[in-house]
Ligand binder design. Structure first.
Ligand code: SF4
Length: 235
């Protein structure tokens, strides 16, 4: 497992908690709009500075009583079979854990929740199931059925969770959001739209794409909000 980054403090990445963010390299998706290419593309990962587990846990021990939580993000954290043991060590230090995931590993997700190793899950919804992009970004061996299983599992409400979508012109059309709402919506579901940032994207062409206007995204969130407990544009 490669720890490729550490944000020492954040008040926006873990709802209601002061947290740090640990970035694990490697991902089994290839979203062309992804702006974390240094955590995804093997050639970039190889050149990325690394933090040892010892350095990370030394940092956490010093932050006991100051930070409340740890956000584990990627890349895709669940591609690492060592992840449960890594989280166990974090939990032993008394931190709450939020997992950011693309939903491709429902088995590990269930195991982590059932073992009470995660307290909050944020799952990316890349698009509506009908949008051809979903299948095109899944890495080798990843099936859309896995995404579906993760959605269904989270909606059962065994852990606090949210779904979120980075909204990208040329990928998403307005009608995608009513289909997403019908797919993932529910009375216990929080769903957030996030605007795309055309920065250091995996596919360089996406750096020339102008993000949607804020008004368009706010209006879209408003229109589908009846499907959710909460739905809004996240800054
Ligand atoms: S956006 Fe997330 S899931 Fe997609 S390639 Fe980047 S890190 Fe992987």
């Amino acid at each position: 497992m490669i720890i490729a980054g550490l944000q020492k403090s954040t008040i926006i990445d873990y709802p209601g908690k002061i947290a740090c963010v640990v970035f694990l390299a490697v991902c089994n998706f290839r979203c062309p709009w992804c702006y974390s290419s240094e955590l995804v593309l093997p050639i970039k990962i190889a050149n990325q500075p690394r933090i040892s587990e010892q350095q990370f846990f030394d940092f956490l021990r010093q932050r006991t009583g100051k930070l409340e939580g740890v956000v584990i993000c990627g890349g895709e954290p669940t591609v690492h079979k060592e992840l449960p043991k890594f989280i166990e060590k974090i939990k032993r230090l008394g931190f709450a854990v939020k997992l950011d995931t693309n939903g491709s590993n429902p088995e590990m997700l269930k195991d982590l929740v059932q073992a009470e190793l995660v307290d909050y899950v944020a799952m990316d919804i890349k698009s509506s199931p009908e949008n051809k992009f979903y299948n095109s970004i899944l890495g080798e061996g990843v099936k859309f059925a896995s995404i579906q299983q993760s959605v269904e599992f989270l909606k059962r409400g065994n852990v606090d969770f949210e779904f979120r979508t980075t909204v990208v012109p040329s990928v998403h059309k307005k009608e995608d959001f009513s289909k997403i709402a019908q797919w993932i919506g529910g009375p216990n579901v929080r769903y957030y739209l996030q605007n795309f940032r055309p920065e250091k994207t995996i596919d360089a062409e996406f750096e020339t794409i102008k993000p949607f206007e804020k008004d368009f995204l706010e209006q879209t969130a408003k229109e589908i909000s009846p499907f959710f407990k909460e739905c809004r544009l996240r800054a």
